[in-house]
Design a protein around this ligand. Structure first.
Ligand code: GLY
Length: 596
């Protein structure tokens, strides 16, 4: 095991030398197959739907700051990306302001006041399949509207009306679906068809909308216009909340107007840690994301990943061994900070990381069953991430969600609001084996007014006191490894932001005791080396839709170059560019929109 004395490793120095030689010879350096990152001068917005990215970039052009743009994108995604963008769900916003302050807004859903620890169990204590995912009982009290308004009022500069106008227009006039929008709509047809409110909006002709169809959401336009005019009280103390509560009651759910009145956004201190000279700012509990990412980085800081090489057997081995230890803590020790004493300081103590590292055997995989009481968390994978950076240096990273695509597949009355199924992120039954023979943890048990544990990890990385990277992704429990791998790909392997996001992924989370492998993530001989150490590999389709922005140069290591000398990966110098956006090539509907 080698300990690195400096943020620039031997492996990276070799790569830098190769890049310099390639540039000197007038040829493009060897790069992963990925499009060039999008270059901007005065701002950048990256999201999973290009119309929402354009809304955000337009707000920046009109003089709004990054928080203004983030609020406008949040509302716009609720219209043009209704499978995950939302006002019927919740999420997290990590902020790093131009003056250097960092903060975090938690507007995640909360359990209704009538919720109980056993609400998804029958009289015999068996978990009732589908109740926590596909019913009105699956719906948590939504936080997005109050979260976006809190961000705007505290850190934005523009009026709510100005920031909501683009979303209202997109809902009222409709928008035409592109190829990238259409895929998920076909997949979700059955769930959408089951709820008459969903079907009226999303199956207007009795079939899934497809490329070229226009989606008009008149009910949602009315709801957004009411929020724009009256503020969040229209939802939390007024007719919108009342209509949701009535739909919930009629559907057998628990949400009441009192739940809306009791809902509060929390402003929390982000999780922060250092890694090879970079400073990471990420999501604190009720997210597990920041703790898990920082705990993993602390362990991995003891290995020369650059010298090992991207997805070499050695790198994947230490990554997986670190992750299986991190997810033991993630699944057993973390929960809503108003209900659980999260041992964050202990988990992020470098001495703790050193102890965990000492237990890693380079030659053998550690059986997960030896690491702690068995426990497994299920989480919906279908969330969305967006990032905004403005010319002043304000950086915003948002992950928000309905949990599954289209959440609970229920629209509340004539509000046009798609409701979440976030209650499924709680532990449905504590202390008894689930269908996999696994016992689940107490820290994430259901309680009235409690927020379920999340993996959402909106993250900002700084270097020398300046924003270097904004990053995050959907993906349920895989959000942690998607975000972590993107950071490692840039810091340790020198990839540019687009390459880092597009690079094939691996994922491990302690239980099940396997390594999930994206197509082309591992070569055959690497697989053999890992299997010889005792790892079990499981091939999987693509996952995650990461969004990233870097500053200064497409590669973190080139920051500090004169702006005019920054080279594109394959083309001419990017004169004057100061920031670079990358949207995940796995999801063609999104975009990085620059302000130039
Ligand atoms: N529902 C996904 C998450 O919160 O991690």
């Amino acid at each position: 095991m080698r300990h690195l004395p400096s943020p620039v490793s031997a492996g990276w120095r070799a790569r830098l030398a190769a890049l310099a030689a390639a540039f000197a010879m007038g040829v493009s350096p060897a790069v992963a197959a990925a499009p060039d990152p999008v270059a901007g001068h005065d701002g950048m917005v990256v999201s999973a739907q290009h119309l929402a990215s354009e809304v955000g970039a337009d707000i920046l052009r009109r003089g709004g700051n990054a928080v203004d743009a983030a609020v406008a994108v949040g509302y716009a995604l609720a219209v043009v990306y209704p499978q995950a963008g939302n006002i019927g769900g919740g999420g997290f916003m990590t902020l790093r302001l131009a003056d250097g302050r960092t903060t975090f807004l938690d507007f995640r859903e909360k359990a209704p006041l009538a919720a109980t620890a056993t609400m998804y169990q029958d009289a015999e204590g068996r978990v009732i399949p589908g109740l926590s995912t596909d019913s009105w009982k699956a719906v948590g009290v939504p936080g997005t509207v109050l979260g976006l308004e809190t961000a705007r009022a505290k850190y934005g500069t523009m009026s709510r009306e100005a920031l909501m106008a683009p979303a209202i227009r997109l809902a009222r006039e409709g928008f035409v679906l592109g190829q990238g929008d259409a895929g998920v709509w076909a997949l979700e047809h059955d769930g959408v068809a089951r709820d008459p409110g969903m079907a009226r909006i999303f199956l207007p002709q009795g079939r899934p909308l497809t490329k070229g169809d226009r989606l008009v959401q008149a009910d949602l336009a009315r709801t957004l216009a009411l929020i724009s005019a009256k503020g969040p009280d229209a939802m939390y103390r007024g007719p919108i909340g009342a209509e949701i509560a009535e739909a919930s009651r009629a559907g057998g759910g628990l949400i009441t107007p009192q739940d809306f009145a009791a809902y509060k956004v929390r402003e929390l201190k982000p999780i922060e840690c250092d890694y090879r000279g970079y400073h990471v700012v990420s999501a604190p509990p009720p997210s597990s994301g920041g703790v898990a990412i920082c705990e993993a980085l602390n362990i991995l800081s003891g290995y020369d990943l650059a010298a090992m090489g991207f997805h070499s057997a050695d790198e994947v081995h230490v990554l997986v061994e670190a992750l299986r230890r991190v997810y033991v803590d993630r699944n057993n020790k973390l929960g809503d900070p108003d209900f659980v004493a999260n041992p964050v300081a202990q988990l992020l103590d470098p001495a703790y990381a050193a102890r965990l590292r000492a237990g890693i055997d380079m030659a053998h995989a550690t059986p997960s069953s030896t690491l702690g009481p068995p426990s497994m968390a299920h989480e919906g994978h279908n969330t969305t991430q967006y990032d905004v950076l403005d010319a002043q240096g304000n950086a915003v990273s948002v992950t928000y969600t309905l949990n599954d695509w289209f959440g609970a597949h229920r629209v509340a009355g004539r509000t046009g609001i798609v409701m979440n199924n976030e209650m499924d992120d709680f532990t449905s039954k504590v202390g008894a084996p689930n269908m996999f023979g696994l016992v689940q943890g107490e820290a994430n048990a259901i309680a009235p007014g409690k927020t379920p544990l999340s993996s959402m990890s909106p993250t900002i990385v700084t270097r020398d006191g300046k924003v270097a990277l904004i990053i995050g992704s959907p993906g349920g429990s895989r959000i942690i490894t998607i975000t972590l791998e993107a950071i490692l790909n840039m810091i340790d392997h020198g990839m540019n932001v687009q390459e880092a996001i597009d690079a094939p992924r691996v994922h491990a989370q302690w239980l099940p005791d396997v390594i999930y492998v994206e197509p082309y993530a591992l070569s055959s001989d690497t697989r053999r080396l890992l299997e010889a150490r005792g790892h079990v590999l499981k091939d999987s389709g693509h996952w995650g839709i990461a969004e990233g922005i870097v500053t200064g140069a497409p590669r973190l290591q080139d920051r500090g170059e004169e702006a005019g000398r920054v080279l594109s990966v394959s083309g001419p110098p990017l004169a004057g560019a100061t920031m670079f956006g990358g949207h995940d090539s796995r999801q063609p509907g999104g975009s990085a929109e620059p302000v130039r």
